[in-house]
Design a protein around this ligand. Structure first.
Ligand code: TTP
Ligand code: MG
Length: 400
């Protein structure tokens, strides 16, 4: 029998000490010095947290998310700078333009990090290792910055690999060796294994990825609940997720909200996310846009920004379908970073297609859903009709 699965070349690229490194190339007098990006430490009395620290500062034990006052105590000679997001964004653009030279399939994860599916680029640029080397060189020649790259046949392994030899790293996992590659690493490297899960797994003697990989599926389910089988697959080096490219055409429909004051209340975040999902879904139904991929964006108080996505088997049609997935994605992110306040959240859909074949859903009679081919929530239908008629003053009771 022929197998339809094809060996892929997936790269994960992550800039080294990004904000701090940009400051250093932008101002050469900072080269080789401990640079700490965050707030003013006010001689150890300042508030706020560290966004990142140069590798020189990391030697003193300074790291992202530490309070600036603690960073000051560990490294009083450090050069503390406020973040200059506009500067970092301009460098990010140069870097992502370089990534897109090597493949159109670039999925950004944050301002300094992306997956690249280079499967189709072999003829032009050589195998995965050659492509990774070229990208590293290109980024360095254009910006003076270093990037660490992981190369393997899937997202999860490449992401783990890029972190193994930072800074200026290049780590390769040969095809077919994924499981061995991971087996001696600590479980915390697995995507979705947060602090709480690590603590629990260690308490029952599971420390290495290899320990997780050998669990029977029954045990994985018993120990880790619904996520058990997925985490066990990842521990075995198996990950079939596609790299989802961001293109220039309107392919996404998202909304974001910056809080007036950074928030730590789960309820406020959830309410805001529901509101956003509601608006996005209404617009999607109104304009006959269809998507299977939900996206979430979270920016923490220290400007760390994460995006997560999930692709359903079916199209997202109801507000509740989108909202429950966004909620799940948020909870995955939040477990890892639980004590940080949130500055901004965003949600929506990506990989949109416009479907002209479906009649305008809004013209259908309220409860006459017999002939409707796509699943549609009745509450959404009533809501859409009222909103079309009376405009934005129509609000869901749950949001009043
Ligand atoms: P990271 O890639 O996580 O960190 P980094 O690039 O500084 O260092 P590394 O070499 O370990 O990759 O994050 C990218 C940027 O995002 C980082 O330079 C600053 C910002 N950031 C925050 O603002 N807060 C945080 O807690 C983290 C982790 C990152
Ligand atoms: Mg980085």
């Amino acid at each position: 029998m022929y197998s339809c699965s094809m060996k892929k070349i997936i790269l994960h690229a992550d800039m080294d000490a990004f904000f701090a490194a940009v400051e250093q190339v932008n101002n050469p007098s900072l080269k080789g010095k401990p640079v700490i990006i965050g707030a003013d430490p006010v001689k150890g009395k300042g508030r706020g947290v560290v966004s990142t620290a140069s590798y020189e500062a990391r030697k003193f034990g300074v790291h992202s998310a530490m309070s600036v006052s603690e960073a000051y105590r560990k490294c009083p000679e450090g050069i503390f700078l406020f973040p200059n997001m506009e500067l970092y964004k301009s460098y990010s653009k140069i870097i992502f333009d370089i990534f897109r030279k090597y493949t159109p399939l670039v999925e950004p994860l944050s301002i300094d990090e992306a997956f690249l599916d280079c499967t189709g680029s072999e003829k032009l640029y050589g195998d995965g290792v050659s492509i990774a080397k070229k990208i590293k060189e290109d980024v360095f020649n254009s910006t003076g910055l270093t990037v660490s790259v992981g190369v393997s046949s899937n997202k999860s392994v490449s992401k783990i690999a890029s972190d193994l030899n930072k800074p200026d790293g290049l780590s390769i996992c040969p095809y077919g060796k994924e499981k061995e590659f991971l087996s001696e690493l600590h479980i915390s490297c697995i995507w979705g294994v947060g602090k709480k899960t690590v603590k629990y797994l260690e308490s029952i003697g599971i420390h290495k990825v290899g320990d997780l990989a050998v669990l029977s599926s029954d045990n994985a389910l018993k120990i880790l609940g619904n996520n058990g089988l997925k985490l066990r697959r990842l521990a075995n080096g198996i990950d079939n997720r596609e790299v989802i490219a961001e293109t220039g055409i309107q392919k996404s429909l998202t909304r974001e909200h910056t809080f007036y004051k950074d928030v730590s209340s789960y309820d406020i975040v959830m309410k805001t996310l529901f509101k956003i999902c509601d608006t996005v879904c209404y617009n999607m139904r109104r304009d006959n846009l269809k998507s299977k991929t939900a996206v979430l964006k979270v920016r923490f108080e220290n400007f760390e920004t994460l995006t997560r996505n999930y692709t359903f088997d079916n199209y997202i049609t109801t507000t509740n379908m989108l909202y429950s997935e966004i909620k799940r994605l948020f909870e995955l992110v939040y477990e890892i970073n639980d004590n940080r306040k949130i500055r901004l959240i965003g949600a929506g859909v990506t990989n949109i297609i416009v479907d002209d074949k479906i009649d305008n859903i809004n013209q259908l009679d309220l409860f006459q859903d017999k002939g409707l081919k796509i699943e549609m929530d009745k509450c959404d239908m009533v809501y859409d009709n009222l909103k079309n008629k009376y405009g934005n003053k129509i609000k869901r009771a749950s949001l009043i």
